[in-house]
Design a protein around this ligand. Structure first.
Ligand SMILES: Nc1ncnc2c1ncn2[C@@H]1O[C@H](COP(=O)(O)OP(=O)(O)OP(=O)(O)O)[C@@H](O)[C@H]1O
Ligand SMILES: [Mg+2]
Length: 267
């Protein structure tokens, strides 16, 4: 047996990850009169960073929630690691969720728990690792997000950027091979936002993580994306490489990019 400095990943990114990590086919979701998703289809390949942009209320968060089975579609299919998330029973869904890290729109830390306990939370919940290995795992993940030595702090003592990074450390604790980020740089100053972008890029480079990133931040989007999708009113109206999106003749895409560019110029 070899010594382990970090908790055994239930499913390391280097493990058995299929070539196609996410396949969304013709996804529909309505809340009462509101059509949140109107036929979205999307494929994300292993190791890729897929960025989703679009105006507020267009269905970005609802789409992400379908990828982890937090919402069930009215119609359509969601395959993650080849498994049908839309029909999985709870035990299988729980097992799948361990392989998916989610960084929610608000950092969503537990305010009554220290930074270390926040990061340890998924390890305590989903593994039976001994305390020493949990502590080592927490230290490792805090180091990854450059928050070494902050384990004893309470969330109230952290800046917005630090909270985001702890949220990312917690999402990483189980070594997921897919990470979903909902507005990871929202509310951060541009410099701090770029450190979060660097982290997302580094996780892909060093751990082969596949990422889906929802963002309003045009700089992030073009810095991160291998593929970019633009949503409007529940539909993915354009998808492709960043250069293809820039050259898209779609009037909404051009208007959206122009508006966001003016906002970036103002900051
Ligand atoms: N649980 C819910 N119950 C009812 N309506 C919902 C629910 N979740 C989302 N919606 C509605 O679905 C639509 C899409 O919401 P969603 O949260 O995906 O928007 P978004 O693109 O993430 O917006 P933002 O950029 O502001 O976060 C909105 O009209 C929203 O009000
Ligand atoms: Mg949202």
């Amino acid at each position: 047996m070899t010594a382990r400095s970090a908790p055994a990943p239930p499913d390391a990114p280097t493990g058995d990850v299929p070539e196609t990590v996410v396949v969304v086919s013709d996804l529909w979701k309505r809340f009462g009169e509101t059509v949140a998703l109107a036929g979205v289809s999307l494929v994300v390949r292993r190791g890729e960073i897929q960025v989703i942009m679009g105006p507020s209320g267009c269905g970005k968060s609802v789409l992400l929630k379908h990828l982890v089975g937090l919402l069930r579609p009215d119609r359509g299919e969601v395959l993650v690691f080849g498994q049908p998330v839309h029909t999985l029973a709870v035990p299988d869904l729980d097992a799948l969720r361990i392989r998916i890290g989610v960084v929610f729109q608000s950092a969503a830390l537990f305010d009554s728990l220290s930074v270390a306990e926040n990061v340890a939370f998924p390890l305590r919940r989903h593994t039976s690792l001994p305390e020493a290995e949990i502590a080592a795992g927490v230290r490792d993940m805090l180091a990854v997000v450059e928050m070494d030595g902050t384990g004893a702090l309470m969330p109230a003592a952290l800046s917005g950027g630090m909270r985001k990074r702890v949220g990312i450390a917690r999402a990483l604790a189980l070594r997921p091979s897919l990470i979903l980020y909902d507005e990871p740089t929202a509310g951060l100053d541009p410099l701090t936002g770029r450190t979060v972008d660097d982290l997302i890029l580094r996780l892909r480079r060093e751990m082969g993580v596949t990422s889906v990133v929802v963002t309003h931040d045009l700089v992030s989007a073009f810095l991160l994306a291998d593929h970019l999708g633009v949503m409007d009113a529940g539909q993915l109206i354009a998808a492709g490489r960043p250069d293809e999106i820039l050259a898209s003749p779609h009037p909404f895409v051009q208007r959206f990019l122009a508006t966001r560019t003016m906002e970036v110029a103002r900051t």
